[in-house]
Design a binder for this molecule. Structure first.
Ligand SMILES: Cc1cc2nc3c(=O)[nH]c(=O)nc-3n(C[C@H](O)[C@H](O)[C@H](O)COP(=O)(O)O)c2cc1C
Length: 180
């Protein structure tokens, strides 16, 4: 295996094109890359709008509380889908299975391409994808401004869950689970 060794922090900064007095955190590329070292699952979050269903691929999802049942995820303010989710009263989080990478890419590119998907709808007008490893139907419990994102805290109203390997994401790309 090829290992890139970095002799000291100053050399690391120089490699990144930063001066000694310039903290690495000020380099958006380094920050993004370091954030990406944290392996996550992948979700597709959906909501309903007057213009139709909207979805987005999100790996900022996290469970928060068992009692009451709370989850969160965050949406980028610069996303064209921001208003749809920032104004939503309800959303659904679909945890993707290992064989659903196509949905990951589809809903990272488009918020409205539901072609060939057999959608159902819950009583809050939220579109539900036909298959997922787990699905959390939520009402928005709170919203928090957080820099260039908004955190959407959701109260879980209903859920479905099944066994199977999850789709994993790390270092900017999907990963296959190690069997070792
Ligand atoms: C694996 C993965 C995870 C992502 N996670 C998030 C997320 O948590 N929040 C977010 O706002 N965008 C996230 N994105 C980006 C959006 O899916 C989408 O690509 C972005 O909003 C595109 O901009 P648009 O909405 O203007 O089309 C993620 C993309 C990928 C591929």
């Amino acid at each position: 295996m090829l290992h890139q060794t970095v002799p000291n922090p100053a050399a690391a900064l120089a490699m990144a094109g930063l001066g000694a007095g310039d903290p690495a955190v000020n380099d958006p590329g380094l920050l993004r890359s370091a954030f990406g070292r944290f392996a996550t699952g992948v979700t597709v979050v959906t909501t309903g709008t007057a213009e139709g269903p909207v979805a987005i691929t999100a790996n900022s999802f996290s469970s928060v509380s068992l009692d009451p049942p709370l989850v969160l995820w965050s949406i980028g303010r610069h996303s064209r889908r921001f208003d749809a989710f920032a104004e939503a009263s309800h959303y659904a989080v679909h945890v993707l299975a290992e064989d659903q990478a196509d949905l990951c890419w589809r809903f990272s590119k488009s918020g409205s391409d539901f072609s060939d998907l057999d959608l159902s709808w819950n009583e809050h007008g939220v579109p539900l994808l036909p298959q997922a490893l787990a699905r959390f139907e939520c009402s928005v419990a709170d919203r928090f401004a957080a820099g260039d994102h908004m955190i959407l805290l959701g109260r879980v109203l209903d859920l479905e869950s099944q066994d199977g390997p999850p789709l994993l994401f790390a270092g900017g790309r999907p990963r296959v689970q190690s069997t070792g």
